[in-house]
Ligand binder design. Structure first.
Ligand SMILES: *Cc1c(COP(=O)(O)O)cnc(C)c1O
Ligand code: SF4
Length: 419
């Protein structure tokens, strides 16, 4: 398909490997798309309707990975709209993760949900608009472009919150800002003494691998601890171009991770996910999360059962390298954050031990030590030196001996209000 795409755009090899060229030539209309893949009249009509809600933009490179003969091609399904996107179900939400309500203000680019880290949105652009995007309401929508002023306010927020040690740059795609802006932002953030790491969330290695240039790698490699998470969903996406991009990043010393979304008809199969995770390890990329599809508008046709995700983990853990096993998470509707779910390995426990099972079905008993009570090692001074390390959120409250709380209760319990 790649030569067809190049011909269609009349692109030289040099142009095709330039990310600005790729970005400028993204396929955004039905007319452009039908030059590359056969589309029936009803299909075209459906795509036009779907485009009224969420734009299409496919980099020529990503489009070149589509199998034009296969309507169920996993690349195509992530890139080309379907009428099903317009279907609204009562449980679908515009902002299912409540990212807006965990923000300091409406215009802010910060979501501060967890105690010690923030999500910092810096761009509204992407190499491709994924049909399964959870931030559909923002991505590609001009209203949400992040001005320098908003980004400066984000930096100030981090500066004023000493508990924030980890900043996740995302968007849109965090690599779709200029090298200069990224360099400036990283410098500002690492100038803040309490910022220990900065994570970059980007799908560029997958949809626009040309974005990974030697200049970019030099910038990312300059700072003490930049991590990068990308978003491969299918082994077909790990092409020579993608491998080259990831290799350049790892040579620059950037630790690499991957976050996949479980998508019906795309990758909801243990064999596909296993192959994907094996291929990721070969490009020095650690499978980090596998996400259950969110309850955003128009994603119903992509959603699988949670059970399928658990089954996939069951088929990985023990069967293959532990490094190849991501954590399967459901991002809780209502802003509860990521909740890990997986198979149960703990069968039971008795006074003297726990009963466990392994991936083969072997059941074993692990005897607990006869006498054990956790004691704080006398000479350790970590707590004194770093009081912030001690968590007082959730169950940590129950476990804290200095606290006499014995239960956690939701607000407004009916029986408490009764008398
Ligand atoms: C996912 C996420 C994070 C980071 O979570 P980790 O589990 O540390 O990777 C931080 N903030 C928000 C709002 C998130 O959605
Ligand atoms: S790259 Fe990420 S933010 Fe952009 S459309 Fe895809 S999933 Fe959404």
């Amino acid at each position: 398909m790649i030569s067809k795409v190049k011909d269609c755009f009349n692109a030289s090899n040099e142009e095709f490997s330039d990310w600005n060229w790729q970005y400028r030539h993204r396929i955004t209309t039905v007319e452009e798309l039908e030059k590359l893949i056969p589309l029936s009249e009803p299909e075209k009509e459906d795509i036009r309707k779907a485009l009224e809600v969420f734009p299409m933009a496919i980099s020529p490179y990503y489009a070149s990975l589509i199998d034009p003969e296969d309507p169920g091609c996993p690349i195509r399904m992530q890139a080309v709209p379907l009428l099903a996107e317009l279907q609204k179900s009562s449980w679908e939400l515009e902002d299912p993760l409540c990212e807006d309500s965990d923000s300091p203000s409406e215009e802010s680019c910060i979501t501060h949900r967890y105690p010690d880290r923030v999500l910092f949105l810096i761009s509204n652009r992407c190499g491709m608009y994924c049909r399964h995007c959870t931030r559909k309401r923002r991505v590609g929508n001009r209203e949400y472009d992040y001005s320098e002023k908003v980004i400066r306010e984000g930096i100030e927020y981090v500066r004023e919150h000493p508990e924030v040690r980890d900043v996740l740059l995302s968007g849109g795609d965090a690599l779709l800002v200029s090298d200069e802006r990224l360099d400036w932002l990283l410098r500002e953030l690492f100038d803040i003494p309490h910022v220990e790491i900065v994570r970059i969330g980007t799908r560029a290695p997958v949809t626009l691998p040309q974005r990974i240039t030697p200049e970019l790698c030099e910038i990312l490699g300059k700072y003490p601890s930049v991590w990068l998470n990308t978003h491969f969903n299918h082994p077909k996406e790990i092409t020579p171009e993608a491998k080259k991009a990831m290799n350049m990043l790892s040579r620059a010393g950037i630790p690499l991770g991957n976050q996949s979304v479980l998508l019906r008809g795309v990758n909801d199969c243990p064999t596909i996910i296993k192959k994907l995770c094996h291929e990721l390890l070969r490009i020095k990329t650690r499978p980090y999360y596998l996400y259950q599809c969110d309850l955003s508008f128009g994603l119903e046709h992509f959603r699988t059962s949670v059970a399928r995700g658990i089954e996939i983990i069951e088929m990985l853990r023990g069967h293959t390298s532990g490094l190849a096993v991501p954590t399967f998470v459901v991002d809780a509707p209502g802003g509860g954050g990521k909740i890990p779910v997986g198979p149960n390995y703990l069968i039971s426990n008795s006074d003297n031990g726990v009963t466990l099972r392994n991936y083969e079905g072997v059941i074993c008993m692990y005897s607990e030590p006869a006498e054990y009570s956790a004691v704080c090692p006398q000479k350790c001074s970590i707590c004194d030196k770093h009081p912030g390390l001690k968590s007082d959120t959730g169950l940590a409250k129950l476990y804290d001996e200095e606290n006499d709380i014995i239960s956690l209760e939701p607000e407004g319990l009916e029986r408490k209000l009764r008398f």
